[in-house]
Write a protein that binds this ligand. Structure first.
Ligand SMILES: [Zn+2]
Ligand SMILES: [Zn+2]
Length: 414
């Protein structure tokens, strides 16, 4: 799983602003090396995709429902389709106030509503061309979105610093219960030389230059903690039954990364009297676990977090590994403080056994991309495994399972 940060701008925005925003987001994510490979930046440029504007005739033929009321009529007689373009958000936010002014909190609020309705966890940075009223440079909403006024931030360093400040709000750098916080149009930081300082003319003077260490340690720590609880950013072990779907092994100077895998799986087989063999010549970690009945389980990993596992019986036929093997994988993940991600899995029985192994751990192991346990999930699953999963699901969960982050407590205006 990844955490997408989308940058999009209104029609006819100078493309340099999108470039600067992408640069700022990249520099921001580099502050968190442990999560860096989980962040994906998508620059949508001026976001007005095909189908986001329709003709008057098409509009007139739409059914008369609540949705139709959300279309925005343009001066040329055409209509902006709800939620489809940055311009729709901006125009709709204007209409929601008095039709002329653009309130950044209303603009971000519209985005938030749509994200919640569509269960999206993407973060969207919207670049609006006009100035906000009440005046601010940008507005960030915890967990979801921020909007920036390009006409209020025309200097490159200033613009980039505002983006980072708003991302600070998005990733909850500041919050009421933390120390060194002041409430001034949202929660802000009182530590010296921190970009999460509250807005004052004096503060903004400092933003006209690159800042080498933009956030204080306390703000960085808060963001780390927040990120660590997002399911999309959780460190995971991705398990697959398809070796070909493993990402290529990174170039590493030695084989030290294989040690935790070797230690774990050789200890696991020692316990049940099977035989462990490893191909130490291979670039990937490759181990064979041979049981007394002739069953062979192959474990291959291209990194500590990408594992493929498959098994054959004594006649060489491919079989689904037994539950114990899935438990070994889950325990490896727990030992290394990682959650489980269902990788590319081709059979229902395999997927179900992995889910069952997670559910029966104490406390249950988190699956970051948990599928709904519906008829489609159980199609092709053996009755025994299905019954065990259903029995687990009926137990009250001892621990709150990580899900959607708490709703934002408000935004920060700067
Ligand atoms: Zn700070
Ligand atoms: Zn702020």
């Amino acid at each position: 799983m990844v955490k997408k940060i989308i940058i999009e701008s209104q029609w006819k925005t100078d493309p340099k602003f999108n470039d600067w925003a992408a640069e700022a987001v990249r520099e921001f994510t580099e502050l968190f090396p442990e999560f860096r490979d989980k962040f994906v930046i998508e620059d949508r440029k001026c976001h007005k995709p095909r189908g986001s504007v329709i003709s008057e005739e098409k509009f007139n033929n739409l059914p008369d429902d609540a949705e139709k009321k959300l279309y925005v009529r343009l001066k040329n007689g055409r209509y902006l389709v709800p939620y489809q373009s940055t311009d729709w958000y901006v125009q709709q936010a204007r209409l929601a106030t008095n039709g002329r002014e653009l309130d950044a909190s209303v603009l971000s609020g519209l985005r938030l509503r749509h994200a919640q309705e569509t269960n999206s966890t993407d973060i969207v940075i919207m670049l609006a061309n006009s100035k906000f009223k009440p005046f601010c440079f940008g507005y960030g909403l915890e967990g979801y979105t921020s909007s920036i006024s390009t006409s209020a931030c025309r200097d490159k360093d200033f613009f980039k610093n505002i983006i980072k400040h708003e991302l600070g709000h998005v990733f909850r750098a500041t919050y009421a219960e933390r120390s060194n916080i002041v409430e001034a149009l949202g929660e802000h930081c009182t530590n010296p030389d921190c970009i999460m300082e509250k807005y004052t003319p004096d503060f903004t003077k400092h933003l006209n230059r690159p800042i080498e260490k933009p956030f204080c340690d306390e703000c960085l720590e808060s963001m780390r903690e927040y990120m660590g609880n997002l399911p999309e950013l959780k460190k995971t072990v991705s398990l697959t039954n398809d070796n070909a779907s493993l990402p290529p092994a990174e170039e590493k100077k030695d084989d030290a990364w294989k040690k935790p895998l070797r230690d774990h799986f050789s200890a696991a087989v020692a316990k049940d009297g099977s035989h462990y063999a490893e191909n130490t010549e291979a670039k990937n970690y490759q181990a064979q676990l041979r049981e007394t009945d002739g069953t062979v389980t192959n474990i291959e990993a291209s990194s500590p977090k990408h594992i493929a596992m498959s098994a054959v019986n004594k006649n060489g036929q491919v079989i689904t590994p037994d539950l114990k093997k899935f438990r070994d994988i889950v325990q490896y993940a727990r030992k290394n403080k990682m959650a489980i991600e269902l990788g590319s899995i081709k059979t229902a029985e395999y997927r179900a056994r992995l889910v069952l192994a997670c559910l029966t751990e104490t406390p249950p192991m988190e699956i970051t991309n948990m599928p709904p346990l519906d008829d489609a999930f159980f199609d092709g699953v053996s009755p025994d495994i299905k019954a065990q999963i259903l029995a687990q699901r009926q137990k009250p969960s001892p621990e709150k399972t990580a899900g959607f982050p708490d709703l934002p407590r408000g935004g920060g205006r700067s």
